[in-house]
Design a protein. Structure first.
Length: 301
């Protein structure tokens, strides 16, 4: 199979991911990177194999090559998943009979627990003082991230019509363009209302983005990350903070208080409850600390 043919299959597959499966541009970019890596591995072989000639043994050697280059287990697993999906697509749409990735598994890696703020740290972070527009905006954003467990992409993608102030709910568009309704806490509602007043004085009427920059344009994810790190320093939180940590904190704190894993799954927008179950480990970690500090037979002398 020629390089041009490989490129044509790749473009067709990326179009399928974007338009039929509704994946984001960023996700498609990651798929493209992983598949171009496969094509480069094929080019490096002394005996060239086309996509239709690949076997499980070929793919196993390619995985070993990536491992030998120092690629981590999680990255290999993601790359292998991209390859597997691509060959599945070729089988369905282009008659490729055997998927050479069938049965292959990436090396196992320990799953690190997500980092979460303590309840006191979270409150300290979001209670930003100041009446200037940027402070009001940033408090509204951080309150909302912690109040409703939003992803960064969901936050910056919000439009004004997503918020129902009367019912204290928010319509969120998550992964795969799936929508869900999440509750919004009273502190977040109050912060958003104050921000919307300031926003009306700095934004053209046609702009529908809820969170905007000083030029009246939709705020980017990179800007949110930068502002969050700035506020962590100003608020005295000595942690390398990122937006997803507020999502982890939301999930951990709600689960600790309610014990309702299904409700947390629904609010986070997880397709599988196994993804949400990681927060039960965080909860146990919290309980273990309490036990070690309080139980007479656990305290260290």
């Amino acid at each position: 199979m020629t390089t041009d043919a490989q490129h044509a299959y790749l473009e067709a597959y990326l179009s399928h991911l974007r338009h039929e499966r509704g994946l984001s541009q960023l996700t498609c970019t990651h798929y493209a990177r992983d598949l171009k890596l496969l094509f480069s591995l094929l080019e490096d072989q002394p005996v060239k194999q086309g996509l239709t000639q690949l076997t499980v043994n070929h793919m196993r050697r390619h995985i070993a090559t990536l491992h030998g280059r120092g690629m981590g287990s999680r990255s290999i697993a993601r790359t292998l998943s991209a390859w597997r999906g691509f060959f599945h697509y070729l089988g369905e749409r282009h008659g490729m009979t055997d998927n050479p990735c069938t049965g292959l598994r990436a090396p196992k890696a320990a799953k690190p627990l997500p980092q979460a703020l303590s309840a006191d740290q979270a409150v300290m972070l979001v209670e930003i003082q100041g009446d200037d527009a940027l402070s009001l905006r940033d408090r509204a954003m951080l309150e909302l991230l912690y109040s409703s467990g939003l992803r960064l992409s969901e936050l910056v993608g919000l439009n004004l019509n997503a918020l129902d102030i009367r019912n204290a709910t928010l319509v969120v568009t998550g992964k795969g363009n799936k929508t869900r309704i999440v509750p919004v806490g009273s502190h977040a509602i109050s912060a958003i209302q104050r921000w919307l007043v300031a926003r009306s004085l700095m934004c053209p009427p046609a702009e529908q983005a809820m969170f905007i920059n000083q030029r009246g344009k939709r705020l980017t994810g990179r800007s949110v990350q930068y502002r969050l790190k700035e506020w962590a320093i100003k608020q005295g939180i000595n942690i390398d903070l990122h937006p997803h940590m507020l999502r982890h904190s939301f999930a951990s704190h709600v689960l600790q208080s309610s014990g309702d894993l299904r409700a947390v799954q629904e609010m986070l927008g997880h397709a599988n409850i196994s993804t949400t179950q990681v927060y039960t480990h965080l909860d146990f970690h919290h309980l273990a600390k309490v036990y070690d500090a309080a139980h007479p037979r656990a305290r260290k002398k």
